[in-house]
Design a protein around this ligand. Structure first.
Ligand code: RFL
Ligand code: PHB
Length: 393
């Protein structure tokens, strides 16, 4: 078996692993990333689209702000529709001038992969049989198979950035981890199509037929979602069926403006809230989706990955730079405080805007009232806006 060593071994080259790796490499802390998928697969994933200011700042710091600021779209508001009514949430007005950046996760990933290559960061793709060892000591190591060859990576810390289905969280003994989970009884069917977006701002639509979301990747590329049944198969949804269902869930004046066209990506995502506590076990730190999942309604998944990376980066910088362990020891507590706020917000947005097949008339009325109140009250709209642009870190 070949043995190599590094300071921080990062499992997973999703946004968490790539952001953390870049920030650390840029201050001279050595990292090796091991990724199960191929580079093509990593670069072709679609997923999230909305970045909070905190994520924007972190990406700037990682040296990948250029294309994001050139091609990303700054949004100062979005709409919520309730059957045929349209309400604008004035993010900037309600938060003292804050906004979000619409820039796809696919582009974020590409920028980070390119920057890692430019700065000679090491990433092994298509690794198999990743296993974590000796997590409770201060000389942990990772074993895996790269191009058929067994590899051992010795390190001081391991960052588990390998998503919900990764190996890292599973390496923690069950007695040392507590999990919280809620699975929602529906999914999101999402498409990408090269048609202009129906509106220059996002539209979250609450409708008796189910939720819908109009988003975008650029002024010529639209990203649309509709709530679907949890068990739906993608083959059961033709493009025509998708467009007609989406139109029915939008107010007529918006639906009439919808430009349709062929989709070039179509997928169904299940909706789940999940948190694992604590986010540290010995020398292993869990980051991003490896530690928590939120339903996409609040646009928080990728943004939480960014805030975790921020806290862990600060901890590792102080540890390696100043031999100070305090921030590293506080990582789990600091990250989880923000995680739970985003988990709450995502659950609230999801519950308020979707139709639950199992809700009794009483629960339905309560949620209609919740939405009506949110759209009427300046205080409620401010709370919504404050959470949507992202709580500070
Ligand atoms: P990722 O992006 O899942 O990356 C984890 C990486 O680890 C690799 N991996 C392994 N590598 C080595 N060994 C193993 N054993 C491994 N197991 C897995 C994977 O191949 C992958 O490259 O986690 P990360 O970096 O924490 O980033 C989190 C975000 O990707 C995530 O929060 C968001 O994409 C969530 N999410 C969405 N968020 C939004 O804000 N808006 C959305 O519209 C939205 N849509 C989505 C989503 C997540 C989805 N998933 C995870 C199924 C749609 C989907 C389908
Ligand atoms: C997206 O553009 O993919 C997107 C935007 C907002 C969300 C979720 C997904 O809340």
């Amino acid at each position: 078996m070949k043995t190599i060593s590094t300071q921080v071994c990062i499992i997973g080259a999703g946004p968490s692993g790539l952001m953390l790796g870049q920030l650390l490499n840029d201050i001279g802390i050595d990292t090796i990333i091991v990724e199960r998928a191929s580079l093509d697969h990593v670069l072709s994933r679609v997923r999230a689209g909305v970045l909070e200011q905190g994520a924007v700042r972190l990406l700037e710091r990682a040296g990948v702000g250029g294309r994001m600021h050139g091609e990303g779209l700054v949004h100062e508001g979005f709409a919520i529709t309730c059957e045929d009514e349209i309400h604008r949430i004035d993010l900037a007005g309600l938060t003292g001038g804050q906004s979000v950046m619409v820039y796809g996760q696919t582009e974020v990933t590409r920028d980070l992969v390119d920057r890692r290559a430019e700065t000679s960061g090491v990433t092994h793709y298509e690794v198999e049989a990743v296993e974590l060892h000796d997590l409770d000591g201060d000389r942990p190591y990772v074993t895996c198979r790269v191009e058929g060859e067994e590899l051992r990576i010795d390190c001081r810390f391991i960052a588990g950035c390998d998503g919900f289905h990764g190996a890292s969280r599973r390496a923690v003994p069950e007695s040392a981890i507590r999990t919280f989970e809620k699975v929602y009884p529906f999914g999101w069917l999402g498409i990408l199509s090269d048609v202009p977006p129906v509106s220059h701002e996002l539209i979250y639509a609450s409708h008796s037929r189910g939720f819908a979301l109009c988003s975008m990747r650029s002024m010529t590329r639209s990203r649309y979602y509709i709530q679907c049944n949890a068990g739906d198969s993608i083959d059961a949804w033709s493009d025509d069926q998708f467009w007609s269902e989406l139109r029915r869930r939008l107010p007529p004046e918006i639906g009439e403006q919808l430009t349709t066209g062929p989709s070039f990506e179509k997928s169904i995502a299940p909706l789940r809230s999940f948190v694992a506590e604590p986010m540290r076990f010995g020398s292993l730190f869990l980051v991003g989706d490896a530690a928590h999942i939120v339903p996409p309604t609040g646009a928080k998944g990728l943004n939480l990955a960014a805030s975790d990376v921020h806290y862990l980066f600060e901890g590792l910088q102080a540890y390696f730079g100043d031999s100070d362990s305090e921030l590293l020891n506080a990582y789990s507590e600091r990250a989880l405080a923000r995680v739970w706020r985003a988990v709450r917000f995502s659950w609230w947005m999801t519950t308020m805007l979707h139709r639950f097949p199992d809700h009794a008339p009483f629960e339905r009325r309560i949620l209609e009232t919740e939405l009506a109140y949110t759209l009427e009250s300046d205080a409620a709209k401010s709370a919504l806006a404050e959470n949507y642009v992202g709580l500070p870190y």
